[in-house]
Design a protein around this ligand. Sequence first.
Ligand code: HEM
Length: 181
Amino acid sequence: MYGVIFHFLRNYVIDKHGGVDTWRALLAANGRKIDNYNPITEYPDSEVIALAKTASEKLKVPFAAVLEDFGAYTAKQLVTFYHMYVKQEWKTFDVIENAGTNIHKALNQYNKTRKPPHIDATRTADDQLLIHYYSQRKLCPVVKGIIRGLGEHYGESFIIKETECMHSGHPHCTISVQKIK
Ligand code: HEM
């Protein structure tokens, strides 16, 4: 996973869970002495997962809930840090659709060995989006969090339901999103 994700996780822990001391404690608990993640360097997926797992243990919050909360917090950072990929007039559904068709691919175009998530989004009505998420990382809680966080950023609310999940043996996760405001 790109170092930029560690930066987002760092911001999340510092802002929402006790400041830089908590973040340093998480790093130390995972054997990392220096806080020096480079945004465009690739680090093992296991490293970011281990940090999130330690956070979940220390905060006594279920792992999936930590991932979802992290996704919600990170949505705004994604659209501001990567503003060059995001049109001013877009709302939540536009960002999700473009993440699936263009954005993740553009971020990985110079590195063919990387495996970005595959997000297949279809508008089944003006206020409904059906998402199929495929990734060997199986981070569907992050997907649900990002949707909620994008909604908060764009002033929209959604009912988000996961009807099929890779963690229950499905080949992908299916997430339906119903806009309510
Ligand atoms: C401006 C929009 C977005 C940008 C710039 C962006 C960027 C990124 C980046 C840089 C990563 C790390 C990839 C890696 O290291 O391989 C990532 C991962 C991820 N993104 Fe996005 N993303 C965007 C929108 C979305 C949306 C809308 C969703 C879902 C609704 C999403 C779901 C994910 C997930 C689940 C991962 C974790 C990796 C995985 O599951 O394989 N992203 N994204």
